[in-house]
Design a protein around this ligand. Structure first.
Ligand SMILES: [Zn+2]
Length: 288
């Protein structure tokens, strides 16, 4: 059942501020780690060929695009997409940066997918970077506040208290909730949490039922990315922003009513990544 899920489709959309990172290192690591566990041997071999020589695996470089943001400032706006304060996503309206059209996480997923598709012909791009960017942006787009409101930079300028720690709303979704779950339920062990999420995928019919929904965008990365962005802004409105005021304190109630969505979005991102990036494209490249 699990494999069937990953032979389908995946992605997500997050919109946030220029200073946001998407999921924190833990979230991105889990997205890529779970995805890797579903690769066929051919796909695994092909991914290995594209990774940097010193990389342990895809998960170990899944946060690379965040690490190079300061040096490669042009890439910053590719991590998110924002809306003008509305709870729906419109590509033509929302995907731009300072007047430059087609510059957002949705366009980035489309572009890096197309770059990877040149691998079997005559690669003219840096496909190592394309793979790492794509793996990362698929994670980002599933973090609801990476498709948030432009006015508050996807929650980055909404100060909140996470229990007794001052932070901002965006960071609560990037880092704080994932870390709390990991510490409370998995002794702070990231690998154990990733394994648990994978077991949930393999054992619950609920995720199998999601397959048809994911198939709706087919093998079209652009269509999938737009779908993921739409899902994220809807979740941002329904959950992330809901009943949050500047300087409010978020604690047990906020956590218990949102953490399942956080886990679900990580699962969806990893499943799209496994199916599309590896199963469909990279596997073909390995046959060149
Ligand atoms: Zn990011």
């Amino acid at each position: 059942m699990g494999l069937m899920i990953f032979v389908c489709v995946f992605l997500c959309v997050l919109a946030s501020a220029p200073t946001s990172n998407g999921w924190g290192p833990e979230g991105h690591y889990m997205v890529c780690k779970i995805a890797e566990s579903y690769l066929t041997s051919n796909a695994r071999k092909a991914v290995g060929e594209l990774l940097p020589k010193d990389a342990i695996d895809l998960a170990s470089v899944c946060s690379w695009p965040d690490e190079i943001r300061k040096q490669q400032k042009w890439s910053t706006t590719l991590h998110f997409v924002n809306t003008p304060g509305v709870c729906n996503f419109d590509y033509n309206r929302d995907c731009h940066s300072n007047g430059v059209k087609d510059f957002c996480v949705v366009a980035a997923i489309k572009n890096y997918t197309e770059q990877l598709e040149t691998y079997q012909h005559s690669p003219t791009y840096n496909l190592t970077e394309a793979l790492m960017f794509l793996a990362h942006f698929v994670g980002d787009i599933h973090q609801p506040l990476h498709c948030g409101f432009a006015a508050d930079y996807g929650g980055n300028i909404i100060p909140v208290n996470w229990y007794d720690v001052k932070t901002n709303l965006h960071r609560v979704w990037d880092d704080n909730m994932v870390q709390k779950k990991m510490n409370d339920s998995f002794y702070g062990d990231l690998i154990t949490m990733a394994k648990e999420l994978k077991m949930e995928i393999d054992s619950q019919d609920y995720y199998a039922q999601k397959v048809n929904e994911w198939k709706a965008c087919g093998n079209d990365a652009f269509a999938c990315a737009k779908k993921f962005a739409s899902e994220s802004i809807e979740l941002a409105c329904a959950l992330a922003y809901k009943n949050v005021q500047p300087d409010c304190t978020l604690g047990d109630y906020y956590f218990t009513t949102r953490i399942s969505t956080v886990e679900e979005r990580i699962i969806y991102a990893s499943s799209y990544q496994a199916s599309f990036t590896a199963q469909q494209n990279i596997q073909q490249y390995s046959r060149r």
